[in-house]
Design a protein around this ligand. Structure first.
Ligand code: SF4
Length: 261
C-alpha cells in the first residue's frame, strides 16, 4: 500500500465500479445497476482522463410503415386495395349470396379491357372472372385478336354473383360502379370492349330500345366497343360472325393486325 491509503482505497473502488459498468454494458443480467459517475465540476477535475465509451444506442420506436399516398402507389397496389374492399363489401344485397367476390384477371397495364355483366357459378366459386364455358370462349376470342390472355384485363360490372345468374338490378350495378370506375381509371386502357347490353348500358354506350352492338362509344374519353356477351354466343352461335366483326374493328382501331392463321 502507498503513502496515502485513503487515496488507494478510492482508486480501488473506482476500478471495481468501472468493471461492473462494463459487465452491465455487455448485458450481464446478474449485476446490479451501477450508476455512471456524475461528471466532476471542472474546477475539481485537476487531471481529466477521457475514457472512450461506445455511444448508447438510441431506443428508437419501431413504427409500421405509413401507407403510401395514392399518387405513389403502383397500379397493382391500388387494385389490390380495391379488391380487398370488394372482398368485404356489403353495399348491396348481392354480398349475401357470394362465395367469393370476383374482381378481375389479367394485366394492370392492359391496353385492352373487357367488361362483362357479373360473375356466374364458377366465377363465384373461384373468385376469378370468366372461368366457365363463356370464359373459355372469351379467351379464344382474345387469342384470335392477337392478344395473349394475360395481356388484357377482364372484369365485370358487379363483383358478386346475382342469384340464379340473373341480370344485376340497377341499384346493385349503381352500388358497384365505383369499383369499376376506379379499376378503369387505374388500368387506363386504350379501348374497352363491353360484353353484353348490361355492361354497355353501365358504361354509358347503350340506351334502352336503341341499337347498341357494334356502335363505338366513349367512357371518360376511352373508346368503347359494345358487343354480345360470350354466354349469349354459346346460346346463339350464329351471332359469332357479327361479334368477330366488332372485335376486328377493335384490333384495327388499336393499330394492330390480326395474327396470320
Ligand atoms: S356486388 Fe359490388 S356493391 Fe354489391 S356487395 Fe358485391 S362488391 Fe359490394
Amino acid at each position: 500500500m502507498g503513502d496515502d491509503p485513503r487515496a488507494e482505497l478510492m482508486t480501488l473502488v473506482a476500478s471495481v465500479a468501472e468493471h461492473l459498468r462494463h459487465e452491465m454494458d455487455l448485458g450481464n443480467p446478474a449485476l446490479p445497476h451501477v450508476p455512471a459517475p456524475s461528471p466532476a465540476p471542472a474546477a475539481l477535475d485537476a487531471s481529466p482522463v477521457s475514457v472512450a465509451r461506445a455511444p448508447e444506442a438510441a431506443a428508437a420506436p419501431i413504427a409500421a410503415p405509413a401507407p403510401a399516398p395514392a399518387s405513389e402507389q403502383s397500379r397493382g397496389e391500388r387494385l389490390a386495395v380495391l379488391a380487398d374492399r370488394a372482398r368485404v363489401c356489403t353495399a348491396c344485397r348481392l354480398h349475401e349470396g357470394r362465395t367469393k367476390s370476383v374482381f378481375s384477371r389479367g394485366s394492370d397495364r392492359a391496353s385492352l379491357v373487357f367488361v362483362g355483366e357479373g360473375p356466374g357459378y364458377h366465377e363465384d366459386q373461384q373468385g376469378v372472372p370468366f372461368v366457365g364455358n363463356a370464359g373459355q370462349l372469351l379467351d379464344k376470342m382474345i387469342v384470335a385478336m392477337g392478344f395473349a390472355v394475360d395481356e388484357v384485363y377482364i372484369c365485370n360490372v358487379v363483383k358478386c354473383r346475382p342469384p340464379e345468374n340473373r341480370t344485376p338490378n340497377p341499384d346493385e350495378a349503381t352500388a358497384c360502379l365505383p369499383f369499376l370506375r376506379e379499376q378503369l381509371e387505374v388500368v387506363a386502357p386504350e379501348v374497352i370492349v363491353a360484353l353484353g347490353r348490361h355492361a354497355a348500358e353501365n358504361l354509358g354506350v347503350a340506351e334502352p330500345g336503341r341499337r347498341w352492338r357494334g356502335e363505338w362509344g366513349t367512357w371518360q374519353g376511352v373508346r368503347v366497343m359494345p358487343t354480345y356477351h360470350p354466354a349469349y354466343l354459346l346460346r346463339t352461335p350464329e351471332n359469332k360472325r357479327v361479334v368477330w366483326q366488332d372485335l376486328q374493328a377493335v384490333v384495327k382501331a388499336m393499330g394492330r393486325t390480326l395474327p396470320s392463321r
